[in-house]
Every structure is written in structure tokens, then in C-alpha cells.
Write a protein that binds this ligand. Structure first.
Ligand code: ADP
Length: 475
């Protein structure tokens, strides 16, 4: 038995079973008391009528009373249904409706019961008892007779209730059968329901295990339009995301290895060249050392980027905040890029607001962000390169835009571009974490970094940082 079935058995089945048993017991008791009451009422109605007749006949015909009483008892209308007896004070039968000779009969076989009934007789004016008499169940009712003539003590009615008992047993059997049918129906429908949960859950669990072991291509088929169907979709979505993450991870490892190998190859090559060339080849030595220095610089900035990323992941990146003029910072950065622009024939333009843009930020981290974004603008442009940098105030924000006319970004890649390790363009060198780090740094400044791009037309990066007011970062 699986665990869900066990839980269903304990929580539902046993409860339903107990409720049905209780209902069955209550119905049985109710039916028994209903039928017995009916029989009792019928006997009582006959008894009262008989008492009435006895009373009348006693008063009207005192002389013939004995005769009258005998004919009254013997011609009792309901004698096929019940026996009526006249008893003396000691329980001896004086007259009976079944016509037997009672002369020799000392006392009735249920004498003890009659005596016991006598003790209960006077408060309701009669006494009733159900017991076994001559191998059959009977109901007896006795009434005291006021008329003390001829030793008459009680009038007693005895009716067999065997038929009534049979009737009660049949009804109880029918209700028990209905209860069994209900249980059967509950078991069948519940086991179908449980199977409809257990089978797909089992399937989901097997699939989830395979996904955990790295089989990201496996998918579940959605068979029902319910929570289980939703779970299948979620698992499929999870597998898809994991496979994308796996792909990105593999691409990241290969791109970082590639990124590391290229400068390392250059460094090793130039180091060997420099060490083997004669000291008089000053030009080659200078060029070699320059390449070694540049490539070392590239390696260390890449390692820095990776370390920054790891700090962000651990929530350990902290800012050293101070009051800054963003325009002045941008102008400093621009000077560095103007030199590079000349070398790489990039037209670089700036359009900064005349007023200063005071912000409360980390000078070095912001420099890192703008350097990265402008570097991307240079990197992802080919011919007729043009990069425009603007800075202005918009409400409570300093807004900086870095606009290029480069290759742009495929709309499918655009939503993921700020994710870690995501590279939309593998033709250029880069680890794919520059924008992720930049985005995090701007978020730490309570600002935003948005990317707008049209493929083959260009890209605009919009960075917004709150204007400094009252020594705090505003939203
Ligand atoms: P990378 O080190 O690869 O440049 P980034 O995180 O800086 O990593 O950028 C992520 C990806 O976004 C890049 O691989 C590139 O495809 C795309 N991208 C970023 N800036 C631009 C841009 N100005 N123009 C075109 N594509 C860009």
C-alpha cells in the first residue's frame, strides 16, 4: 500500500466506516423502537377498549357478568393477532381467548415476568414487557381490573412479535446492504482518484530524479488540466531553465578559458621572444614588454570582474559612498576613452548638462560601470563607429545615456542580457558578466540600468542614479 493510500485509509475510509456503522446502529434502534411502539399502541388500544367493555358489562348485568365476560373474551375480534387472558390476583389464568380449558392450569409459564410487571403497573396504569415465551418472542401488556368480582385481578394481552422482528431484520439487512454498497462505491471511486494522483506523481518523481542526474532534455507530458498538470509544466520549465543554465555555464567556462588563453599565449610568446632576442633589439623588447603589460592588465581586470561577481553573489559588495558630481566623473572617464577613440577611429561625442549632477555614490564603482558600458559600445561597433554619451537631470534622477550605432542586440537576447554569464555575441572577447556586475552596482546606488537595442542599428544604455539630497540616497 503506498503512502497516499495509507493516509486516505486512515483519514477518510475509517471515518466514513465509523460514520456508516453509527448510522446503521441508530437506524436499527429507530426502526426497532418504531415497530415495537406500533405493536404496543395497537395492543394498548385493544386493552383499553376491552377494559371499557368489562366495566360497562359489569355495571349493566351484574348477575350475568361471568357469562358475559367469558363470551366477550372468547369472541375477541383480534384473537388471531393476540391472546387476551383474564388473570386472578395470583397470576392464575381464569379465562383465555384461545379457548383452552384453564381449569387445571395453575399459573402461566411467564408467571415471574407477570409478577415483575405488577410492580410497575400502577404509575402508567399498565405494564409492558417483551420476552421469549414458548420459543417465540412476544410482547405482553397487562392492565389491572378494578372490578374485584370473582377474583379477577388483571387482564393480559400477549402478541407474537416474530413477524415484526423478521420485518425489522429485513429492513436492517437492506440498510446494511446499502452501507456496504456505499463503502464499495467509496473504495472504487477513491482508488481511481488515488491512482490518478499516485501514477503521475510517481512519473514526476522519476523524471525529477533524472533531471537531478543531469538529463535536462527529458519532458513530462501534461495529461490533466489541474494542479498535477501545472506541476508537470513547472517541472518542464525547470528542466528548460536548468538546461539553459547548463549551456550558459559551459559557454562561460569555454569563453573564460578562451579569454585566459589568449592573453597567456601572447604573454608567453612575447616573453620567449624578448628573452631570446639580443639586447640591441630595443624596439622588439619595448613592443614585447608593452604587449605583456597590456595583456597582464586585461587578465587582472578579468579576474577583478570575476571577484566582483563572486562578492555580489555572496552579498558582500559594499560601497564607499561620498558626495560626487556625476558630470565631473563622466568628463574624467571621457578623457581616457577619447585617446582610445582616436586609436580605434571611433567618433565619440558628449552632451552633458551645464548644471552639476550631485549624487551620493562610490567613485570607483561608478567609474567601473561607465567604463564597462562605454567599452561595450566601442567593442560591439564595427564601421563608422560613433558613441554618444549624454548626462542630464530628470526629476530626482541623474540620467546618463550611452548610445552607439553598433551591431545591436537580438530582441530574443535582450531580456537576458543583464544575466550573469550571458553573451549574445561570441565574436568579441568578454566574460559575459560585465553588465551583470554593472547592473548590481547601480542597484546598490538605488538606481537603474536599462538596455534598449535594435539589431544592426545600435544600442542605448540608460543609467539613472538618484540626485543627492540631505545626505541620503533618494528613490
Ligand atoms: P561581455 O564581457 O561579453 O561584453 P557584458 O556583460 O558586458 O559581457 O555584456 C553581455 C552581452 O551583452 C555581450 O556579450 C553582448 O552580446 C551584449 N552587449 C552589451 N553591450 C552591448 C552593446 N553596446 N551593443 C551590442 N551588444 C551589447
Amino acid at each position: 500500500m503506498n503512502k497516499i493510500t495509507k493516509r486516505w485509509f486512515v483519514n477518510n475510509f475509517i471515518v466514513i466506516l465509523v460514520i456508516l456503522i453509527i448510522i446503521e446502529i441508530l437506524v436499527s434502534l429507530g426502526i426497532r423502537s418504531f415497530y415495537y411502539n406500533n405493536v404496543e399502541e395497537f395492543i394498548k388500544s385493544q386493552g383499553l377498549a376491552m377494559l371499557n367493555l368489562i366495566d360497562k358489562s359489569y355495571k349493566s348485568s351484574l348477575d350475568d357478568f361471568e357469562f358475559e365476560l367469558r363470551s366477550m373474551i372468547e369472541s375477541f375480534e383480534q384473537k388471531d393477532k393476540m391472546e387476551v387472558m383474564v388473570l386472578n390476583e395470583n397470576g392464575k389464568v381464569l379465562l383465555t381467548s384461545n379457548g383452552f380449558d384453564v381449569e387445571n392450569q395453575k399459573e402461566t409459564p411467564d408467571y415471574d415476568i407477570i409478577k415483575e410487571m405488577e410492580s410497575k403497573l400502577y404509575s402508567p396504569g399498565y405494564a409492558q414487557a417483551v420476552y421469549e415465551l414458548n420459543n417465540e418472542n412476544v410482547m405482553a401488556v397487562i392492565y389491572p381490573v378494578e372490578t374485584k368480582i370473582k377474583d379477577i385481578g388483571y387482564i393480559r394481552f400477549v402478541s407474537s412479535i416474530t413477524n415484526v422482528d423478521r420485518q425489522i431484520v429485513i429492513i436492517i439487512a437492506i440498510t446494511a446492504l446499502i452501507a456496504v454498497f456505499i463503502i464499495f462505491f467509496v473504495v472504487i471511486s477513491s482508488s481511481y482518484f488515488i491512482q490518478s494522483i499516485v501514477v503521475p506523481v510517481d512519473e514526476i518523481s522519476k523524471t525529477a530524479k533524472r533531471i537531478a542526474h543531469g538529463d535536462f532534455n527529458i519532458r513530462l507530458e501534461r495529461q490533466t488540466d489541474d494542479e498535477i498538470g501545472d506541476l508537470c509544466d513547472t517541472i518542464n520549465h525547470m528542466a528548460e531553465e536548468l538546461s539553459v543554465t547548463e549551456k550558459i555555464k559551459n559557454e562561460f567556462i569555454s569563453s573564460v578559458s578562451h579569454e585566459l588563453r589568449t592573453p597567456l599565449t601572447a604573454i608567453r610568446g612575447w616573453a620567449e621572444t624578448v628573452s631570446s632576442c639580443s639586447p640591441s633589439d630595443q624596439d622588439i623588447i619595448k613592443k614585447g614588454l608593452k604587449v605583456i603589460s597590456d595583456e597582464t592588465q586585461r587578465l587582472s581586470s578579468m579576474v577583478e570582474e570575476l571577484l566582483d561577481f563572486s562578492r555580489i553573489q555572496r552579498g558582500k559588495m559594499t560601497l564607499i559612498l561620498s558626495k560626487l558630481d556625476l558630470v565631473a566623473e563622466l568628463e574624467d572617464i571621457l578623457i581616457i576613452f577619447q585617446e582610445r577613440a582616436k586609436k580605434e577611429s571611433v567618433l565619440i561625442e558628449s552632451d552633458f548638462t551645464d548644471e552639476c549632477l550631485p549624487i551620493f555614490g562610490d567613485k570607483n564603482r561608478l567609474k567601473q560601470v561607465f567604463t564597462n558600458v562605454i567599452d561595450n559600445a566601442f567593442k560591439y561597433s564595427d564601421k563608422d563607429k560613433k558613441v554618444i554619451i549624454t548626462a542630464e537631470k530628470n526629476l530626482n534622477f541623474a540620467v546618463v545615456k550611452i548610445i552607439d550605432n553598433g551591431c545591436g542586440i537580438d530582441p530574443r537576447d535582450l531580456p537576458k542580457i543583464k544575466e550573469k554569464f550571458y553573451k549574445a555575441n561570441y565574436s568579441k572577447r568578454g566574460s559575459g558578466i560585465g553588465l551583470a556586475v554593472a547592473d548590481e552596482i547601480i542597484k546598490l546606488h538605488k538606481g537603474s540600468l536599462d538596455v534598449y537595442s535594435v539589431e544592426d542599428k545600435g544600442t542605448t544604455i540608460v543609467i539613472q542614479i538618484p540626485i543627492y539630497k540631505n545626505n541620503k540616497l533618494n528613490n
